[in-house]
Write a protein of this length. Sequence first.
Length: 368
Amino acid sequence: MPGGAAPLRVDIITDADGVAALAGEWSALFAAAAAPSPSQRHGFVMLAGRLMAPADWRVFAVREAGRLVAVWPLQVRRQGGVRVARHIGACHNEEYAGPLIASDADAGAVVAAMLIGLRGHADVLWVYNVRASTPLAAALAGGGLGSARQHITSPIIRSAAFASHRDWLKAQSANLRAALGNARRRLATVGSLESVLVAPGDAAAFCDWLIATKRSWASTRGLRAPWLDDPRTAAFYTAALADRPGTGAFAQAIRLDGRFIAAVLCFDGAKIEVYVTTFDPDFARYSPGSLVFEDMVADAIATNRDIDLRVTFDDYKRRWASETESRETLCVALTPLGLPALWAERSRLAWKANRRRIGGLLRRWGLR
């Protein structure tokens, strides 16, 4: 180890009881990490492991001089005879899913130690949406026989800098301020309007409505969203909302005459991370989705946090954003058996890049 640091000890935990036993140390590590993401919480991982990934835990715990300095919650499954490792998450592989590492630990050394152990369990590693151009991303990308990197941007609402919701509103355009005020006043004439945090006791009914409404939205646009059809999704979000201290989950919603008409489901981390948004199309002319976003911003300001709208290509989310953060998803071949998956991913990314270039040329020439 550099600088005479103590050697790292890596334990690989393969059962839920072993992961549960780390609860106290894991939570302390999460609280002290530089920029932890909700999917790295102990409660999030335990719930996702129980509902989404039974019997295939590969959770890495790294200690230095007895202190827990990193955890990496992975699951390993065989696909076509190849062992594939992914974060233990909530079905759709959109979490910010790298290892959780103490801010004072050597990220490169920690990742190298974990990857040595992982090669005995997996041929391919997928790491979703890690911060780009960081020592962690470099260590992950360089830790195998080769890697493919898909670059992504996440829109960020810088809300923590504002002292109040009123101050934030003043900093927005006159058009946005007028649109939000008019929409809220108009909607209040339709019925009894209220902004609420969804209570744990309402979690099941709320999640049933959320998933059904989001599924209908996707269907009318011809979009495939298998995670919305997976019954585990509603079960995961319901259980997460019922345990905010453990999972960080909460939902901001707008109700009209007691009926949900818009909502945003989020998880607490270093930032508030937005997971699912939806609204009732019957009330689209009142912009309830914008109103629930405004309520979310007010909550973020009150708790001195920014909002991460996460991986998205939606124009309406970008209109709310102050800036973007660069992230990347990595496919890493750990053994020779993993090379075909790496080559396939490189080919897919090259095809997408060529399609974008051709599309740009066609638009420039007025052919699209």
